[in-house]
Design a protein around this ligand. Structure first.
Ligand code: AMP
Length: 297
């Protein structure tokens, strides 16, 4: 089984052509829905009493929600604005609301999960929750500038507690104070994590393991409208694929990363979650074939 823990959010996303207000977002939302194309994930998260029923219904279509808690108060709210080129996002607001001091509980049936993804979330909560799983075969985490800026030592502690970290290039540089991505990855691996995946947005990603570097390109797209959640969709597909294969080695991880690139590409083609919700398994396999054709030489 795969369990995903992290933020469920109500987002405000400002793109050059459209402003989305009050839309369903959150790192765990994107990651778990992306993973649901491979296995049925369990979600552990908290939302507030303002969380719309229609968002609850969307989540319930893709996920097991025994781990979703609704607490008194407002749902975590993120507000971000993209520049004209959609390549940089400025965070305008991060309102933790019910996420602050949340004490997550792992439902009994989730405790045997062999795959656990700690999506972008408070690193202290992430480090605490991973200890509650008895049979973990493969765990992975992500983080974002907000946590590196506010709780850097907790971020490092969380990284030490997992098998793999996925992180974007800017955040890897910020975290390690290195400019070169190989140096960044080596430093992160020295903290005790086996696999490091550095995401480079539209430029794909780099996987580091031991002395192996596996670069992969993103699926080339002409029309991108909203990059929000691409990284989370990437990570969700990666761990979802691994959970469906039940084996983790360099070869399955490489394939998982390609699935990550593919699901990431679907998520940026439409606003908010729509790109992830409006696909079929056959769309994924079709795009995988196109990708194979693109990179073969
Ligand atoms: P990404 O575009 O992959 O960075 O993911 C964006 C999603 O992460 C949004 O839907 C946000 O709700 C969520 N998010 C943004 N900041 C944080 C944070 N500090 N902690 C947890 N989740 C966050």
């Amino acid at each position: 089984m795969l369990t995903v823990f992290g933020s469920v959010a109500i987002d405000t996303i400002r793109t050059p052509n459209k402003v989305l207000k009050g839309v369903l977002g959150g790192a765990a939302t994107f990651a778990s829905i992306s993973a649901s194309y491979f296995v049925k994930p369990g979600l552990i998260a908290v939302a507030g009493s303002d969380f719309p029923k229609k968002y609850h219904r969307i989540l319930s279509r893709y996920l097991d929600l025994q781990g979703l808690t609704i607490n008194e108060g407002k749902t975590f709210h993120y507000d971000g604005k993209y520049d004209e080129t959609l390549s940089t996002r400025t965070t305008l607001k991060t309102e933790l609301n019910v996420l602050r001091n949340f004490k997550p509980k792992v439902p009994e049936v989730y405790k045997k999960s062999e795959f656990v993804y700690l999506a972008n979330n408070d690193p202290d909560q992430n480090s605490a929750i991973i200890k509650e799983f008895d049979k973990v075969k493969f765990s992975m985490c992500d983080t974002i500038e907000f946590w590196i800026a506010n709780k850097k030592s907790s971020v490092i502690k969380m990284i030490k507690a997992v098998d793999a970290v996925v992180i974007n290039d800017e955040e890897a540089k910020l975290l390690t104070k290195e400019h070169n991505l190989i140096k960044c990855a080596k430093k992160i691996m020295n903290w005790g994590v086996k696999y490091v995946v550095i995401k480079k947005g539209e430029h794909g990603s780099l996987l580091f393991y031991d002395d192996v570097i596996f670069p992969s390109v993103a699926f080339s797209l002409e029309d991108i409208v909203d990059p929000t959640g691409a990284g989370d969709s990437f990570a969700g597909a990666m761990i979802g694929y691994l959970a469906s294969k039940k084996t983790v080695n360099l070869s399955t991880i490489k394939k998982a990363i390609i699935y990550g690139n593919i699901l990431g590409s679907f998520s940026v083609e439409q606003y908010g979650l729509a790109g992830l919700l409006n696909i079929k398994k056959s769309d994924i396999s079709k795009r995988i074939k196109q990708y194979e054709k693109m990179v073969r030489f």
